[in-house]
Design a protein around this ligand. Structure first.
Ligand code: IPM
Ligand code: MG
Length: 339
């Protein structure tokens, strides 16, 4: 039986890169695709960024592939207005996807495409393990008498289960990133993760998030697994993306303890280039590879896609974000030709 994948193109460049991903999937194998609305597209149609029906369809799928959500059309500071991002957060929470994996491995062909010098980034191969369903993203928030508040909460169990993932993926080292000099949630985080480190045979260190942001640029090669909470992981992974040359390169997998995973590029909906055909589909292709690997247990096809991406880049493929003029279509053709 072919795997059933719910596809969520979303907004902005989302539909363009999802179309590219569908071409890729068509070449890789036989999949049953079920396309649904999420984000701004769902707000326009149903008044909410995620309907129960779409969440149910995702729950019963083998995997969920999402492109991007958001855009100026739905931007508002009015707390009563629906936001596209609520669709994504609703999926993460609704599917119990507490672990977000963001591998950062610059393609050899792009070592000179990063704003950082080649000698700084050569050899970088790290994984950001970001907690995805807790922290300030999901705590109590609101407005009261001219003030606004966002609450950051973490339980021991939430910290343990994400740290477990980090230790499982570590090859040489786990760097746990927090702000334990200021935040109580970070002190609990540090306490729990330190205790777990004693039971694992890998090098372990703590870094404060501001220092981690700096070291990610000064010595990226020294990182293996970066374990961190929701918002720090959001920020550090965008920063780490630039080690690969462009935010258009970074894929991600979001997984829980059971049920389907969700796979999506780290970048957003890039409304400024939506509809121009210039979006870089490579982060999306990398996310398809992660879906095959972690969501569908098809490792060899995942590797095939990843090496096709590297070879296309090696042969000179550059979309505008990488300083070239290849279109989404050109990039798709190039990668397909190396599969
Ligand atoms: C990401 C994005 C999301 C996040 C947004 C779109 C809600 O920035 O996946 O990194 O903040 O988690
Ligand atoms: Mg982000």
């Amino acid at each position: 039986m072919s795997a059933r994948i719910v596809t969520l193109p979303g907004d902005g460049i989302g539909p363009e890169i999802m179309a590219a991903a569908e071409q890729l999937l068509g070449k890789v194998g036989d999949f049953e695709l079920d396309e649904r609305l999420v984000g701004g597209a769902s707000i326009d149609e149903h008044g909410t960024a995620l309907t129960d029906e779409v969440l149910d369809a995702c729950k019963s799928a083998d995997a969920v592939l999402l492109a991007a959500v958001g855009g100026p059309k739905w931007d508002s500071t009015d707390p009563g207005k629906p936001r596209p991002e609520q669709g994504l957060l609703g999926l993460r929470k609704g599917l119990g996807l507490f672990a977000n994996l963001r591998p950062v491995r610059p393609s050899p062909a792009l070592l000179d495409a990063s704003p950082l010098r080649r000698d700084r980034i050569e050899g970088t191969d790290l994984l950001v393990v970001r907690e995805l369903t807790g922290g300030i993203y999901f705590g109590d928030k609101g407005r009261e008498n001219g003030s606004a508040f966002d609450t950051c909460v973490y339980s021991v169990a939430e910290i343990e289960r994400i740290a477990e993932v980090a230790f499982r993926f570590a090859r040489t080292k786990v760097t746990s990133v927090d702000k334990a000099n200021i935040l109580e949630t970070s002190r609990l985080w540090r306490e729990v993760v330190s205790g777990m480190a004693k039971e694992h045979d890998v090098y372990f260190e703590h870094l404060l998030v501001d220092n981690a942001a700096m070291q990610l640029l000064s010595r990226p090669v020294d990182f293996d697994v970066i374990l961190t909470e929701n918002m720090f992981g959001d920020i550090l992974s965008d920063e780490a993306a630039m080690l690969t040359g462009s935010i258009g390169m970074l894929p991600s997998a979001s997984v829980g303890s059971d049920g389907p995973g969700l796979f999506e590029p780290v970048h957003g909906s890039a409304p400024d280039i939506a509809g121009t055909g210039k979006a870089n589909p490579l982060a999306m292709f990398g996310s398809v590879a992660m879906m095959l690997r972690y969501g569908l247990g098809r490792e060899s096809e995942a590797v095939g896609i990843e090496s096709a991406i590297d070879r296309a880049l090696e042969a000179g493929l550059r979309t505008p974000d990488l300083g070239g003029d290849a279109t989404t279509e050109d990039a798709t053709k190039a990668v397909l030709s190396y599969l």
